[in-house]
Design a protein around this ligand. Structure first.
Ligand code: MG
Length: 319
């Protein structure tokens, strides 16, 4: 499933992202059995996550998105997509409780928001060997973790504000983000898949000069808008070997694969959960590959991850 958070006429909801043809296959109350409150289950006979119509519909969307990544999925590609509103909130409950309403929008008619507002964003530093080397060192043996405040999160299409009054260099860092689905701590290898809800794209925006000056990274990584997330959460992708590409004004600047992560997704979730309790919706950024660099006012930066989508943001300066 592709789960997006969106705003339409000022109302914020979650929805399933579907192809236009696929959306027509997903029964609403008119076609499927209604529940007492007038909503229909996603499959007409089951759930949004079962092997029913919704899953087939989303598979159809995934198929249409294979091939070279589109740097602007909300432009050409976005015009081919629909969003089916969900009843309620997809986190914290059982997957089988995720239910569709009958309400559909063209994706072009809604504003996509950050797909989740996490209680915390846990980030991994130097988790690709080539990036560790470009930062002037060898990769650490254990994962290096740091936090971004929840207030750094912004959504697809939102501006990234450079804090130009106190920093002279604001960098992009394209990263695979893991979204946690359950409250958990001290997660073991046999349970780790149960606590991962899905994946999205992230940009670990960094005031590079402040990172060097401060020694610790809270200020450099923590400005408002320094954690774009989106465009949606993909729940059905295997994170083991996905292409990850960052473009600046359409030009490729980072081009790698998640198979080159020094510590993989599962081991990172287990590692972090030894330190802190993870809450539903918490986000873990898995590190950036080589090719980091600065952004200027007016630049468009996009992070594309195979099988997930593209997160694009414009860069501007805070007055
Ligand atoms: Mg990073």
């Amino acid at each position: 499933m592709r789960i997006a958070r969106f705003s339409h006429n000022g109302e914020v909801s979650y929805g399933l992202v579907l192809g236009v043809e696929s959306a027509a296959e997903v029964p609403g109350p008119a076609a499927g059995p209604s529940t007492a409150n007038g909503t229909a289950t996603a499959t007409g006979a089951g759930t949004a996550t079962g092997a029913g119509t919704a899953n087939r519909a989303v598979s159809a969307v995934s198929g249409s998105l294979s091939g070279p990544p589109d740097p602007d999925p909300l432009g050409h590609e976005g015009s081919q997509l629909m969003i089916a509103q969900l009843a309620g909130h997809p986190f914290g409950g059982r997957e089988e409780d995720i239910k569709l309403t009958s309400i559909r929008f063209a994706l072009a008619d809604v504003r996509l928001l950050a797909p989740i507002l996490p209680s915390k964003v846990i980030c991994i530093g130097k988790n690709y060997a080539d990036h560790a080397r470009e930062m002037g060192g060898e990769p650490p043996e254990e994962p290096v973790i740091f936090l971004k405040p929840s207030t750094a999160v912004c959504g697809p299409g939102d501006p990234i504000f450079r804090p130009t009054q106190i920093s002279e260099r604001t960098d992009y860092e394209g990263e695979l983000a893991v979204v946690i689905g359950r409250l958990c701590r001290q997660v073991t290898a046999d349970r780790v898949d149960e606590v991962i809800f899905g994946y999205t794209c992230a940009n670990d925006v960094t005031a590079r000069d402040l990172q060097a000056r401060d020694g610790q990274w809270t200020r450099a990584k923590g400005f408002d808008t320094f954690c774009p997330l989106g465009p949606w959460i993909e729940t059905d992708v295997d994170p083991a070997d996905l292409a990850i590409t960052t473009r600046l004004n359409g030009e490729v600047r980072q081009d790698s694969r998640t198979s080159l992560l020094l510590h993989d997704v599962r081991s990172l979730v287990m590692f972090v959960s030894q330190v802190m309790t993870l809450l539903p919706g918490d986000v873990l950024l898995t590190g950036t590959p080589a090719g980091i660099g600065p952004m200027d006012k007016g630049d468009q930066v996009s992070v594309t991850i195979e099988g997930i989508g593209t997160l694009s943001n414009l860069v501007t300066d805070r007055d």
